[in-house]
Write a protein that binds this ligand. Structure first.
Ligand SMILES: O=C(O)CCC(=O)C(=O)O
Ligand SMILES: [Fe+2]
Length: 392
């Protein structure tokens, strides 16, 4: 705790320049962002959806259609739901959490052995992969009170470009994943886990294409064809991210009626397709913004993932499905762990509103389109307080 106190004060001191403004960590204008009536989540919690029909090759069309309809409703109303029927044993999920807890309990010196460095830096960082200490990550201009490690899909060996910071320097995202020496089984367990979760992500985006009623693929379908497998094809080399996060409790008490000025993770949307979030049992930490702008606690349900859709699905669906704001405020006593797995489009995937979704939503595209990689690079740069845009 003492360590955290001093790190926290140092982080706040560093943050004093530039001065925060009232727009930090904005609660978005609900009128502009959400235009559909609020459903019953305040009373019943977020929907729970069983994905097993999309993991079972022998599932009936009817079973898949039921799941797809539930996904459509959940994505229109909330952009968030709990996922069950994913087939990953609870004992495996528990192991993921306990390995994370063991890593974060290590001395800072040990954790910093796999520190993230800015892209182009002499240390050879790629601006994204590696360990980030408390306060290093920022959202909406405020430092998040969390520490974390990010791992990404490997960058293809023969496509690495030299950074402009001298020998050994790297371009953004093109570096190597950094794995801790301790706990020594963490790397193999997490890599095996990533393979399992990727399959669930693939099943989910398949279900989403069917939920949108985009129609079956023809034999000559390609990356740009807008059928029910459009997401599957554009994620077939998913540029996934796995993030392991540790949250010490926030130290500032919240006075009702005043603005919250310290967050474990500030309000944000996720960048890509679908996030499969695993957390420890801590309640009252993750909050999801409903359409009336109120915040709903999305407390963990053992054995399930909390799933939310990201910016690329919002763009593909032309806003029919929203990439919903969420945040973490952890004031409990415990040290909270979460491990989100972001199942994302391919780095080069061209993401623009699907024609059918444009029609359904009034005829005007919300975005002209870009690759997922372009979107990601902008986001990654904005994430780090000390980052200097050097080489992309
Ligand atoms: O820790 C959590 O519950 C959520 C984390 C999150 O939203 C994120 O890392 O994008
Ligand atoms: Fe998130």
């Amino acid at each position: 705790m003492a360590d955290f106190e001093s790190a926290h004060h140092a982080a706040r001191a560093r943050h004093s320049e530039p001065e925060p403004t009232t727009s930090f960590n904005p609660t978005p204008d609900p009128g502009a962002r959400y235009d559909k009536p609020i459903a019953a989540a305040q009373e019943d919690g977020l929907p729970i959806i069983d994905i097993s029909a999309f993991l079972d090759p022998f599932a009936t069309k009817e079973a898949r259609s039921t799941t797809a309809k539930a996904i459509n409703a959940a994505c229109i109303n909330y952009g968030f739901f709990y996922l069950t029927g994913h087939g990953i044993p609870t004992s495996r999920l528990d192991e993921i959490i306990s390995l994370a807890r063991r890593f974060f309990a290590l001395p800072l010196e040990e954790k910093n052995k796999i520190k993230r460095f800015d892209a182009g830096s002499a240390e050879g960082g790629d601006g994204a992969r590696g360990y980030q200490g408390l306060g290093e990550n920022v959202t909406g201009g405020l430092q998040d009170m969390q520490e974390a490690i990010d791992w990404y899909r490997d960058w293809p060996e023969n496509e690495r470009e030299p950074g402009d910071g001298g020998p050994g320097s790297m371009k953004s995202l093109q570096g190597f994943n950094l794995w801790p020496e301790q706990p020594n089984e963490l790397k193999s367990v997490y890599l095996a886990y990533a393979e399992r979760v990727k399959k669930v992500g693939e099943a989910l985006v398949h279900a989403m294409g069917i939920a949108l009623d985009l129609g079956p693929p023809t034999d000559n379908a390609n990356q740009g064809t807008e059928d029910e497998e459009v997401f599957v094809r554009n994620c077939d080399e998913s540029f996934w991210v796995m993030r392991m996060i540790g949250y010490p409790p926030l130290t500032t008490p919240h006075m009702p009626g005043t603005d919250i000025d310290q967050f474990s993770c500030g309000a944000h949307t996720d960048y890509g397709c679908v996030t499969l979030l695993l957390t420890d049992p801590t309640p009252g930490a993750l909050q999801v913004q409903l359409k009336d702008s109120t915040w709903l606690n999305a407390d963990p349900i053992p054995g399930t993932f909390v799933v939310n859709i990201g910016d690329m699905i919002e763009r593909w669906t032309n806003g029919l499905w929203k990439s919903t704001m969420h945040r973490v405020i952890h004031r409990g006593q415990s040290y909270r762990i979460s491990v989100p797995f972001f199942y994302e489009p391919n780095f080069d995937a061209e993401v623009r509103p699907l024609k059918q979704c444009v029609e359904v939503t009034g005829g005007t595209p919300i975005h002209q389109g870009s690759t997922y990689g372009e979107h990601l690079l902008t986001k990654v740069f904005n994430n780090f307080y000390y980052s200097k845009r050097t080489d992309w």
